[in-house]
Design a protein around this ligand. Sequence first.
Ligand code: SF4
Length: 367
Amino acid sequence: MSRNNLARTLREPKELVDHGLAPHADLAQLEKVGARYAIAVTPEIVALIDPSDPADPIARQFIPSADELMARPGERADPIGDDAHSPVAGIVHRYPDRVLFKLVHVCAVYCRFCFRREMVGPGKDSALSDNAYTAAVDYIRAHNEIWEVILTGGDPLMLSPRRLSEIMADLAAIDHVKIIRLHTRVPVADPLRITADMVGALKPSGATSWIALHANHARELSENARAAIARLVDAGIPMVSQSVLLKGVNDNPAALEALMRSFVECRIKPYYLHHGDLAPGTAHLRSTLARGQELMRALRGRVSGLCQPDYMLDIPGGAGKSPVGPTYLSPQDSVAGRGEVGQETRYETRYRVVDYCGEVHTYPPQP
Ligand code: SF4
């Protein structure tokens, strides 16, 4: 069956086989994966896949694999511990000044490494009920410390522009909410959803909106995706990126460099490179922290500060995110400082600092 002129999203393993995106011999295993985790590959993403390449970095992100049936020790259904910080349905309040607001449980595409893979998909409730939505907005309104609301999910850009604009207006009407951030894959996975109406919905009066685009390989920034991003940025909506370090997708310096340069070319500031979370059945896509640090060091030597994301680890269990290096500065030793005559000798720290080529230098002690 031809992959050309594909008009709809592929959701069944058999469809993936019929379109040459998965081997027929894997069908029985992929049916088992599909019974557990959602599958969706949009025509836009299908067009980016080279089916003749068994290691295609786009296919690795979206085409299911039998490896997903193998859960490893330490993997868990709620890897970043959202549930422990959810005071009402749809809200995660982990840090004082911001909340996650999970409006919908569906996405345009389903990433094989998704950290919320147990919660998203068409088999789940597609959106918060009216009552749950009202309770969530009431919670935000009642907490003056909430400065930023992060719409995530699922993908908030799966909502219609009309519904999204109502939600943005509800949030922007709360005095203490100044920032509304939306995390999305839609500009890449389904760029034609970024219509003038959608752009209008993302610009409420009374709050500033930001968009965090999720993409992991430079090829995702296709011509259509770049045009969709330009519609957002031209409208004055600032954008940042978030990516996941993925084995066989972007775990080499050239791939990361190309991805970060592509973001910056699109006027998107690289923001986070996430270490892969301990979601069930994702070990085959997860790299190591040591490799992640090595890649970040390599990136520092290849591209400017504009192209540098922070390498982040979500601490399993819900303790939040921490930047995980690498570090370039470490104490070398302590040297005696010059004190006043008769005073105790003060010791000051001398540092070792590593440059972008890996050369080590000394930074002198400061009084
Ligand atoms: S778009 Fe986000 S929430 Fe949806 S499947 Fe991908 S990682 Fe998960």
